[in-house]
Design a protein around this ligand. Structure first.
Ligand code: MN
Length: 745
């Protein structure tokens, strides 16, 4: 028996008389045509499914737009109708809901571990921009559960599991109690049919005695309330099977122990009568301590309100009461949907979970129903505005703060993956590491053991975990560098003073020396030297002074001992990069300044940077001059060989006339000279000139000259030179660079 269109329209009309009921009729005709000839597993015409979904939505007391979307919900996925067509015929709201449903149906619920389920639920909620998408989804799922018997046993179990893990809790969260209970119970009947049958049999066998008892208690309470003038209807409240099942399992108790409790519901008209009824019940029978709960004063996060109490009733049986008003009852049953109807409802909102502020907005909106646009704004609230949910390649869901990047993801998976991540694929497509993660994306991190974190990542990442891990890595890295550099400086100084590092620093002596400078280990002392807190001269001076005190005068230790050089552990790890040697000693931490980017062939100078080893600049680099570097911190460096063939980053600036095609001509000139271009910036001026800045990769000085010559040959190039400033990104920075170079723009 299929639900009839007239019944659905009548139902919606009964609670929403003003609504656009014609829309529902139109949707019926459309969906009947779209699904014509299609048959469900049950053998029924396919149309029966959307009709039932529409009917369930009417049972939930939803508005015409939602019911219409329910009737149309499968036309896009299963009857190849275009969203565009729905939008034209039924308007944006209906089309948006159907589109949202199609998106959710594409989520694969791979893993069903407990901790995953919560993230899946949030993802479903987060993906729906309009809360009505979720409500239609629940109606769809409810009808599919009601007709689950026609599917294969495997599918039955999978869908039942998913319903229990994902959809029943969502119904609960939205406060739609009856949908939650029915989803729970049908799921249980497929997941543990035996337990389900047992509970059903028990409930049936106790039925008569129980009804009799309920009638007795009801009469006593009703009579007493009537004397007080409190209007109330009392009814036995069937416990749903799944809650009995859960109690038996969680508390390891028998059916009788669970079912022993008689559950009654008392519905009255006003809040004050709720408390009056409670007082009366407590005066009739003894309440059980700890069982009284006031969800009227403090509503649950899904806005559920009621008074709960359990008393020792007649014959010593426990009787559980739920006391509430008509309005509270409607909210308990229909949740969010109830708010479409109750205009005066305004709960004690201070206690509502912040995640449910949207519910509060909905209630506020109730006070002014006239404006349809306002209505739309209210239901289109992002349920989790601060979070984003993505998948790992294995189908796990991970939650991140909005704006999080693949680097955050990499660190959430494992510190090592974070430390070595080089790239990322989102839904199989390569993206930069600074991209923002979006709901539902599959994130795959590419790693390389040679790659290490960059300081710039700190500006990109959003999670504190990633930040802490990157900082820790940088700190460790700096410490290692400082220690190794400290060793170098110290050994050099000792050699200069005619002391043997191997002898003076070995074993106990080394540790003793460190202690005299206030450090626990020799590496700590070396780190301090490398960092510049202690100087190598101080160490050498101390050793010389001690030696002089130990040895009689005249027996100066003149001959240098030929001892093998010690290889401190930290220093071994790091090689001399880029073929530069420091004052004849190798094995020192060298990096190339980003301002002048030296290449082999350049005349270079080293500059000791606290905690970072030696930075190599071109000898006339403006930065060095600007900073007025103390000569003490300068060290002599030289290239080991004139060229190593290694490509180095470098910036080139050019001023040209501003004509079409000049940029591509310069680029091909650069490429033709075997140099890679990694970035190009152009700024134009009013007098039709263009300033270019290229980031290129060059092997050595002769190579650079070839590239510059090639650029000069391009028609319209006025001048070109190697850039000598910090990297410029913006047009403004480029101009200021040119101003400094005294070129009039
Ligand atoms: Mn469906």
């Amino acid at each position: 028996m299929m639900r009839r269109l007239e019944t659905i329209i009548e139902m919606v009309g009964s609670y929403h008389p003003e609504d656009n009921l014609d829309l529902i009729g139109k949707a019926y005709v459309f969906t009947a045509k779209a699904h014509r000839g299609q048959v469900r597993r049950s053998g029924q015409p396919y149309l029966s499914h959307p009709m039932e979904v529409g009917g369930i939505l009417a049972d939930m007391k939803m508005d015409a737009i939602t019911v219409t979307a329910g009737l149309l919900h499968d036309t896009v996925e299963d009857a190849s109708i275009q969203i565009k067509e729905l939008r034209e015929i039924f308007g944006t709201h209906v089309a948006d809901i159907v589109e949202g449903l199609t998106k959710i149906s594409q989520i694969e619920f791979g893993s069903h571990q407990k901790r995953q389920a919560e993230n899946f639920r949030k993802m479903v909620l987060a993906m729906a921009k309009d809360i009505r998408v979720i409500i239609v989804k629940l109606a769809d799922r409810l009808h599919n559960m009601r007709t689950l018997e026609y599917l294969s046993p495997e599918k039955q179990r999978r869908i039942a599991r998913e319903t229990l893990d994902i959809y029943a809790p969502i119904a609960d969260r939205l406060g739609i109690g009856w949908v939650k209970n029915e989803l729970d119970d049908i799921s249980l009947s497929y997941l543990d049919p035996q337990a389900y049958q047992e509970i059903a049999a028990h409930v049936a066998s106790n039925f008569a005695a129980r009804e009799e008892y309920i009638a007795k208690v009801t009469k006593i309470v009703s009579d007493e309330l009537a004397k007080e003038g409190v209007p109330a209807t009392i009814s036995g409240r069937p416990k749903h099977f799944y809650s009995i099942y859960r109690k038996m399992h969680d508390q390891q108790i028998s059916f009788d122990q669970v079912y022993d409790i008689v559950a009654l519901r008392l519905i009255t008209d006003e809040v004050k009568h709720c408390y009056a009824s409670l007082g009366l019940i407590h005066s009739l029978w003894t309440p059980i301590p700890g069982r009284f709960k006031d969800f009227i004063a403090i509503p649950k996060s899904n806005l559920y309100r009621s008074l709960h109490t359990t008393v020792i009733g007649p014959e010593g049986k426990r009787v559980e009461f739920q006391i509430r008003t008509e309005e509270m009852h409607s909210i308990a049953e229909n949740g969010i949907a109830a708010h479409w109807r109750y205009k005066q409802g305004s709960p004690a909102d201070e206690s509502i979970d912040p995640k449910f502020t949207w519910l509060r907005h909905l209630i506020e909106w109730q006070q002014d129903l006239k404006d349809p646009q306002e209505f739309l704004d209210t239901v289109k609230i992002d349920l989790f505005p601060d979070e984003v949910y993505v998948f790992t390649p294995r189908g796990e869901v991970k939650a991140f703060p909005r704006g999080a990047t693949p680097i955050d993801f990499a660190y959430a998976v494992h510190t090592e993956i974070g430390n070595h991540c080089v790239g990322c694929k989102l839904n199989g497509r390569m993206v930069p590491l600074k991209s923002e993660l979006k709901n539902g994306e599959i994130v795959e991190i590419l790693t390389s053991s040679r790659h290490v974190p960059s300081k710039d990542w700190l500006k990109i990442v959003k999670t504190s975990r990633a930040k802490a891990k990157i900082r820790a890595w940088i700190k460790k890295e700096q410490k290692d560098r400082s220690i190794a550099f400290g060793w170098e400086l110290c050994e050099r100084e000792l050699h200069r003073c005619g002391l043997s590092p191997a002898q003076t620093l070995k074993g106990k002596q080394g540790v003793e020396l460190a202690k005299r400078f206030g450090f626990l280990t020799l590496d700590d002392l070396m780190g301090a030297i490398g960092y510049g807190k202690v100087s190598a001269k101080q160490v050498a001076a101390k050793l010389l002074a001690e030696r002089a005190a130990e040895q009689p005068a005249g027996q100066e230790n003149g001959q240098a001992e030929i001892a093998p050089k010690p290889q401190p552990a930290a220093a071994k790890k790091l090689g001399a990069p880029g073929g530069v040697k420091l004052d004849g000693i190798d094995n020192v931490f060298i990096r190339f300044a980003r301002c002048c980017n030296p290449v082999p062939g350049d005349s270079i100078v080293g500059f000791i940077t606290r905690g970072r080893g030696v930075t190599v600049h071109v000898h006339d680099c403006p930065t060095l001059l600007d900073e007025g570097v103390e000569t003490e911190r300068r060290v002599e460096v030289e290239w080991v060989q004139e060229t190593s063939g290694e490509r180095r980053p470098m910036k080139i600036c050019a001023v040209t006339e501003d004509r079409t095609g000049i940029l591509s001509e310069i680029c091909s000139a650069i490429s033709a000279s075997q140099a890679n271009i990694t970035q190009a910036n152009v700024a134009t001026t009013e007098d039709n000139r263009a300033f270019h800045e290229f980031s290129v990769e060059i092997t050595d000085l002769p190579h650079l000259r070839r590239v510059l010559d090639a650029i000069r040959k391009v028609k319209g190039v006025e001048w070109v030179e190697r850039a000598r400033t910090r990297p410029t990104r913006s047009r403004r920075a480029l101009r200021s660079y040119l101003n400094r170079r005294q070129i009039k723009a």
